[in-house]
Design a protein around this ligand. Structure first.
Ligand SMILES: *Cc1c(COP(=O)(O)O)cnc(C)c1O
Length: 365
C-alpha cells in the first residue's frame, strides 16, 4: 500500500458536490474578478477570524508583500522574524527592500519571545511572527513587546487558520495578518489565493488600492500598486472550504493524537502542542538525527513524507548578501537537518495512520 504525503483528491472528494455547485454558480454568473463571490468570502472570513476587514489577494506571498508595503516598511528598515521561517515569509520583507533580522525559534518551532528584545535596534520597524506548522506563537507576549517598542506586528498565518491562544484567534493580534489559501493549507482554494486581515479601516482601504494598481476609483491611481486580486472562482471555492474548516481541524487533531500515542521509537522526538494553544496540525513535524535514513525507510514501506524545510533562510543562496554563515542560527539549522513531516490530512484513513505508526516504530536507524 502507498500513503501519500498529501492527497488533495481525497479532500476534494469529501465535498465534491458543494465545490461543483459553487463553481457552476460562479461560471454562470458572467462576473469573474472583484465581484460578489469575493465580497461574500471576505465578509465570512473576517467573521471567522474575528477581525473587521479581510482583503482577498492573489496568494499568501503577495499578502505578505502588500502588508509590509501598506505599513510603509521598506529600504533601511529592519523586520524581526524567526530563523526557521518559510522563505515566503522572509521574501515578504525583502521584496520591499527591508532587512530581515533573525531570532531563533523555541521548542514549538515558533519565534522565541525571550530573544526578541535583544534583536531590536533603532531601525526596527516590525515583528513578523510565523505560526509554523499550525502552532500558535505566544502572541500575548509578542504583542506586548511590539507595543512597548512602538513596532508594527504582522502575523504570517499561512499554516494556522483556526489556531488560537487562550481562545483568541491567530490573525487578530497583528496590525495586518496574512493568509495563504494554497490548496494544501488548512483552508485551501483549488488554485492560488491569499488574504490580509486587519481591524484598521485605513489599512483596509490601502490594501484594497494596493491589490488593484493603487487605485480606489477606476483609472485614478493615488499610490503605487500592483495587480493581486483573488479571483471569483477561488472565492467561491473558498466559501466551501471555509464551511469545512473545523472538520479538517478535527480530523488532523485525531490523526495527531493517534501518532502521539502510537509512535514509540527512541530515535524519534515527537512534536508537542504549546500550553494554552490549540494547534491545528497543518504539519506533523517530528525530529530525528537519522532524518534521511527514516525518510528512506518510510519510502520503502510505501509512505511519503516531506521536510519543512531543508535549508533555513539565512543559508539560502538568495540571502548570501545578508552575510550570514552556517552556525549563526544553530537551532534553525538543527531543525533543518532533523525535521521530518508525516502525512496528516482530512481524508486520510485510520488504516493509513496505523501503517505510518508501525513503519516509524520498526525503524532501527
Ligand atoms: C504557504 C506559505 C506562504 C506563501 O503562501 P502562497 O500562497 O504559497 O504564496 C507564506 N508563508 C508561509 C508560512 C507559508 O506556509
Amino acid at each position: 500500500m502507498t500513503v501519500e504525503f498529501v492527497n488533495l483528491k481525497s479532500s476534494y472528494d469529501l465535498y465534491a458536490e458543494e465545490y461543483e455547485r459553487a463553481a457552476i454558480r460562479c461560471l454562470r454568473s458572467g462576473w469573474y474578478i472583484l465581484g460578489n463571490e469575493l465580497s461574500e468570502f471576505e465578509k465570512r472570513f473576517a467573521d471567522f477570524i474575528g477581525s473587521k476587514y479581510c482583503i482577498g489577494v492573489g496568494n499568501g506571498q503577495e499578502a505578505l508583500i502588500l502588508a509590509f508595503r501598506a505599513l510603509g516598511i521598506g529600504v533601511g528598515d529592519e523586520v524581526i522574524t524567526q530563523s526557521n521561517a518559510y522563505i515566503a515569509s522572509v521574501l515578504g520583507i525583502t521584496e520591499n527592500g527591508a532587512t530581515p533580522v533573525f531570532v531563533e525559534p523555541n521548542g514549538y518551532f515558533t519565534i522565541d519571545a525571550d530573544k526578541i528584545e535583544a534583536a531590536i535596534t533603532s531601525k526596527t520597524k516590525a515583528i513578523l511572527a510565523v505560526h509554523l506548522y499550525g502552532q500558535a506563537s505566544d502572541m500575548e507576549r509578542i504583542s506586548a513587546i511590539a507595543k512597548a517598542h512602538g513596532l508594527y506586528l504582522i502575523e504570517d498565518c499561512a499554516q494556522c487558520h483556526g489556531a488560537q491562544q487562550n481562545g483568541r484567534m491567530m490573525g487578530t493580534f497583528g496590525d495586518i495578518s496574512c493568509f495563504s489559501f494554497y490548496p494544501t493549507k488548512p483552508i485551501g482554494a483549488l488554485g492560488d489565493a491569499g488574504a490580509c486581515v486587519t481591524n484598521s479601516a485605513e489599512l483596509e482601504n490601502r490594501l484594497k488600492m494596493l491589490r488593484n494598481y493603487g487605485s480606489g476609483k477606476k483609472y485614478v491611481n493615488e499610490i503605487l500598486g500592483t495587480n493581486s486580486r483573488m479571483d471569483e472562482l477561488q472565492a467561491a471555492m473558498l466559501q466551501v472550504s471555509l464551511d469545512h474548516t473545523y472538520d479538517g481541524i478535527k480530523r488532523r487533531g485525531e490523526i495527531a493524537a493517534r501518532y502521539l500515542s502510537g509512535i514509540d521509537n527512541p530515535l524519534v522526538t515527537l512534536p508537542k502542542a504549546a500550553p494554552n494553544m490549540n494547534h491545528v496540525w497543518h504539519i506533523f513535524a517530528l525530529m530525528t538525527v537519522k532524518r534521511d535514513e527514516l525518510q528512506n525507510h518510510l519510502l520503502l514501506c510505501g509512505i511519503k513524507t516531506a521536510v519543512h524545510y531543508p535549508i533555513p533562510p539565512h543559508l539560502q543562496q538568495c540571502y548570501a548578501y545578508l552575510g550570514h554563515k552556517a552556525g549563526d542560527f544553530p537551532i534553525a539549522e538543527r531543525y533543518a537537518n532533523e525535521e521530518l513531516s508525516l502525512p496528516i490530512y482530512n481524508g486520510m484513513t485510520d488504516e493509513d495512520v496505523d501503517s505510518v505508526i508501525n513503519a516509524v516504530n520498526c525503524f532501527e536507524g
